[in-house]
Design a protein around this ligand. Structure first.
Ligand SMILES: Nc1ncnc2c1ncn2[C@@H]1O[C@H](COP(=O)(O)OP(=O)(O)O)[C@@H](O)[C@H]1O
Ligand SMILES: [Mg+2]
Length: 255
């Protein structure tokens, strides 16, 4: 496999009882791409992320990240291997501060016992300070530094979404998976977020796979798209071609 390919799935499928939630999906994402995964509600988009990140084991098919097979690995192994994600429903540690949430992301990158000692033992104070400074740098990039001591729960919704992305970036991914990051945002927050996403791709030199329900939204920033419908690939390719595909329009608009 060319080492230009960051993520590849081969005949990836999962069945829940009689439902084929993801059905023979063959995806190939190249290094540096901002790739969109779109499709109507219930199409299998989130389930696809759950397969890539090891939350679900596929019924059949294989997954490769940076040329290595990751099928069957655990979520923590996959994250340490360089894939980070955010969730359709925000998952933050609400009772930790903004900066602590990012520090948790940083700590994910090292084995548990080391993380515990860094946070608990005085002789690791220096490492803790390094973590703190690194977390602060990330917050600055995401324009969240001024909120660093707020409890995550007290951040406005749009900023919670950004914090989740900052925390994912703290795990130093090569591939970032974003599950409907604009869900629940107003149009100006959404535009700002799309700009941020394009910016972090450049800044961190990463590859991004973006799930979005609203197909107009992805048109602006994704170079390529895959459209899922009832778990299967309805269309894929360059964004403009995919969005003009009558089958895609029909899947969105109905008859
Ligand atoms: N753990 C599960 N058990 C049973 N069915 C599931 C499970 N997870 C998802 N599904 C079903 O799989 C289908 C795809 O869901 P999902 O991936 O969440 O869609 P999307 O993210 O595209 O809206 C839906 O019909 C959903 O109900
Ligand atoms: Mg979903």
């Amino acid at each position: 496999m060319s080492n230009d390919i960051v993520l590849k799935t081969e005949h990836l499928s999962i069945q829940f009882g009689g439902l084929r939630a993801v059905d023979d999906v063959n995806l190939e994402i190249r290094r540096g791409e901002l790739y969109g995964l779109i499709g109507p509600n219930g199409a299998g988009k989130t389930t696809f992320f759950n397969l890539i990140t090891g939350v679900y084991k596929p019924t059949s098919g294989r997954i490769f990240h940076d040329g290595r097979e990751i099928t069957g690995k655990t979520p923590i192994e996959i994250n340490r291997g360089g894939i980070a994600r955010t969730f359709q429903n925000i998952r933050l540690f609400n009772n930790l501060t903004v900066i602590e949430n990012v520090m948790v992301g940083l700590a994910n990158q090292i084995p548990c016992n080391v993380a515990q000692s860094i946070f608990r033992l005085p002789r690791h104070k220096k490492s803790e300070r390094e973590f703190y400074n690194k977390a602060l740098e990330l917050l600055e990039i995401f324009q969240l530094a001024e909120y660093k001591d707020y409890l995550a729960a007290n951040l406005p919704y749009g900023k919670q979404r950004k914090l989740e992305i900052a925390r994912a970036m703290a795990t130093s991914p090569t591939l970032l998976l974003l599950d409907e990051p604009a869900a629940g945002m107003n149009p100006s927050e959404t535009q700002e977020l799309m700009d941020d996403i394009a910016f972090i791709r450049e800044k961190f030199d990463i590859t991004i796979l973006l799930i979005e329900h609203d197909m107009r939204l992805v048109g602006g920033i994704c170079e390529k798209l895959t459209v899922l419908n009832f778990g299967t690939e309805l269309a894929k390719g360059q964004t403009a071609e995919v969005l003009a595909n009558p089958a895609v329009i029909k899947a969105y608009l109905g008859d």
